[in-house]
Design a binder for this molecule. Structure first.
Ligand code: ACO
Length: 383
């Protein structure tokens, strides 16, 4: 390998490749997304989240026996240790569910940690445990912060149905559960985004996968990444009516304020996931009744496209996902943890890819500070 000599600082590492990967592909000009070469539209129509997770992590679609075995293992490992539940009961009920998730994901490592990563059985078990237990931990915190006990997973229910059941204490309508499962497929992976990069940097130290997922959850939590879908709902509520939309956009533009749910580092057209989610939202409104926020969202998308489309600012995945989750009665601050439930599949796929061809991440910096400064005694210092 030839060492690079030229050292140009690129803020945000825009367009700087950080890996060679065969997990997913994005064409930001055409609005295309593929997982392992399969278009996202195909997967959203024909696959399930667990099958898609298998595809991402193990590199190919499973046979029917492989899928059954994978699902069985995941079902079996959904429960969390009572000590983790007890730990979660001590979390402040006002804490953000992403902080709870990051802490509990890291705590899993206390129970299952092993730092040698050349054992394929350990890798398989870690994949299964993380996919199985993360939804249980999200649902458990949601109930516990209301002073309730968590609900045990129900082995008769599939992945999405079981999560909604653990969250709401009711078995959901099958259409809502299927739509939720499609949302998980859409959020499962997205090339080199901030949380995946964070997962890969952590993976490259050959630490355990629970630490990898915990670091990625912490990165996903920020409002410029996974946290944007929460802010979209707040923004739609602030706008309040369709008539207020143009003034809201003008005001944001005048104050150079970001309009949440719009813009993307890679997509310069509408995010294909936003298109699929919009269709899902419409299906859900047909089934469960209209949401007036959707009218505001449609107008907002139109106005933003008119005023900012020339800069490549279009709706991203976060714009419509919140509307879908809200209609399902999911609290706003659980939107990002749900994103994390899905993205665990992508993070684990990148973890496997990284440890198979590992070199520790150790970039450089361009030092801009002073040299050979005197050490000034404290009594001589001025502010
Ligand atoms: N609203 C208004 N203007 C925007 C927006 C937006 N949402 N996003 C970008 N722009 C403008 C910027 O002001 C800038 O304009 P300028 O060139 O005149 O200064 C130009 O578009 C380029 O913006 P950058 O900040 O360089 O774009 P970057 O690729 O760094 O940012 C990001 C991408 C963070 C997603 C940004 O678009 C944003 O903040 N969006 C809102 C938050 C959001 O929806 N995040 C979710 C992203 S999807 C995900 O993470 C799952």
């Amino acid at each position: 390998m030839t060492a690079m000599t030229a050292c140009e600082y690129v803020p945000g590492l825009e367009n700087v490749p950080a890996a060679e990967s065969s997990i997913s592909f994005v064409d930001g000009q055409q609005g295309r997304l593929e997982y392992r070469g399969i278009p996202i539209e195909e997967l959203a129509k024909k696959s399930t989240f667990i099958e898609t997770a298998y595809l991402l992590i193990w590199g190919q679609l499973p046979t029917s026996e492989q899928l059954t075995a994978f699902k069985t293992e995941i079902r079996y490992h959904r429960r969390i240790k009572y000590r983790i539940r007890d730990m979660m009961k001590c979390f402040p009920e006002t804490g953000h569910p992403m902080d709870s998730l990051q802490t509990s994901a890291a705590a899993l490592g206390l129970f299952y940690s092993r730092r040698t990563l050349n054992d394929s059985q350990y890798i398989f078990e870690a994949v299964v445990r993380l996919l199985a237990k993360i939804p249980t931990m999200v649902a458990a915190f949601s109930l516990m912060r209301q002073g309730n006990d968590s609900i045990q997973p129900n082995d008769d229910l599939d992945y999405a149905t079981n999560f909604l059941y653990m969250l709401t204490e009711r078995v959901p309508d099958p259409i809502a559960a299927r739509l939720f499962d499609v949302c998980l497929i859409l959020h499962a992976e997205h090339t080199m985004n901030a949380s995946t990069f964070s997962a890969m940097v952590t993976s490259s130290t050959m630490t355990d996968p629970y630490a990898v997922i915990a670091s990625a959850v912490g990165t996903l939590a920020g409002p410029l990444h996974g946290g944007a879908n929460e802010e979209v709902i707040e923004m739609l509520d602030t706008i309040g009516s369709v008539e207020n939309v143009p003034a809201y956009v003008d005001d944001c533009m005048a104050k150079k304020k970001r309009i949440m749910g719009f813009g993307h580092r890679v997509y310069k057209v509408k995010d294909p996931r936003a298109t699929i989610l919009q269709n899902l939202a419409e299906k859900l409104f047909d089934q469960m009744g209209h949401d007036s926020r959707y009218d505001i969202a449609l107008e907002l998308e139109k106005v933003v496209e008119e005023r900012l489309g020339h800069k490549g600012i279009y709706a991203n995945v976060d714009f419509y996902s919140g509307l879908v989750y809200r209609k399902m009665g999911i609290p706003t601050d659980l939107f990002t943890p749900i994103f994390a439930i899905a993205r665990v599949a992508g993070w684990l796929a990148h973890w496997r890819e990284q440890i198979n061809e590992n070199r520790i991440f150790r970039p450089t910096q361009i030092y801009q500070g002073a040299h050979n400064q005197p050490y000034i005694p404290i009594q001589e210092r001025s502010s």
